[in-house]
Design a protein around this ligand. Structure first.
Ligand code: E4P
Length: 229
């Protein structure tokens, strides 16, 4: 399963990329607002930090205007993926853009039927919002399961990008179900490394190592004849 970072925070993206943990990035207007940066400028910076797709969302409601916005966004870098909402206007835009070879992420998907439409419109990615689905009394994982089943039934190439991920269990279950990608906030991705037994193990090994009195790197002997500067 590919990991995307769901953020416009370039420091966090750098750290995750350095550890080889991310394959792409997703942003949305709320995340751009949170970052407090110019949209085009921060998107360009993010595109240079990762090789994979960087989702940048259009904000217009109608197809013609979405296309005009997408034109500006896709000029930023080759790895920009245009994010459009799951509306008929968004699907028309998806169709037009993917037809020209531009990656498209159809976002705000809350039903398997909507995901079916995104696949028919040729979406590169569809983003079912797991956490927000849960928040509203539905089972977000059932949604991912249904979409996986339907896409596999018909061999759709659209990738399932599980979004609105809130915690490690979401990540684990998405991997079990076979989501192609998951996008999560940096803190959730970093949190996957945490385990109480790992911490306890490090603590015990550190104490035992200190008791051996050894050092892997020999301490540099002080040479009193060497000047201070
Ligand atoms: C996906 O592309 C969205 O940016 C994101 O996952 C939304 O998550 P939220 O529900 O935590 O805002």
């Amino acid at each position: 399963m590919k990991f995307f970072a769901d953020t416009a925070d370039t420091d966090a993206i750098k750290e995750l990329a350095e550890a080889g943990l991310i394959d792409g990035v997703t942003t949305n207007p709320s995340l751009i607002h949170k970052a407090g940066r110019d949209f085009l400028e921060v998107t360009k910076e993010i595109c240079a930090l990762v090789d994979g797709p960087v989702s940048a969302e259009v904000v217009a409601a109608d197809h013609a205007e979405m296309l005009r916005e997408a034109e500006v966004l896709r000029r930023i870098a080759d790895n920009v993926c245009i994010k459009v909402p799951l509306t008929i206007e968004g699907l028309k835009t998806c169709r037009a853009l993917t037809g020209e070879g531009t990656m498209v992420n159809v976002t705000l998907c809350f039903s398997a039927n909507q995901a079916l439409l995104a696949a028919k419109a040729g979406a590169t990615f569809v983003s079912p919002f797991l956490g927000r689905h849960d928040d509203n009394g539905f089972d977000g994982l059932d949604l991912i399961r249904d979409i996986r089943l339907i896409y596999d039934n018909y061999g759709f190439a659209t990738e399932i990008l599980a979004a609105s991920i809130r915690h490690g269990i979401h990540v684990l279950e998405c991997a079990r179900i076979g989501a192609d990608v998951m996008t999560a906030p940096p803190a959730v991705i970093m949190g996957l490394a945490k385990h109480v037994l790992t911490d306890k193990g490090i603590e015990a090994f550190t104490a035992d190592w200190a008791a051996t009195g050894q050092a892997i790197i020999a301490p540099v002997a002080h040479d009193p004849s060497a000047g201070s500067g």
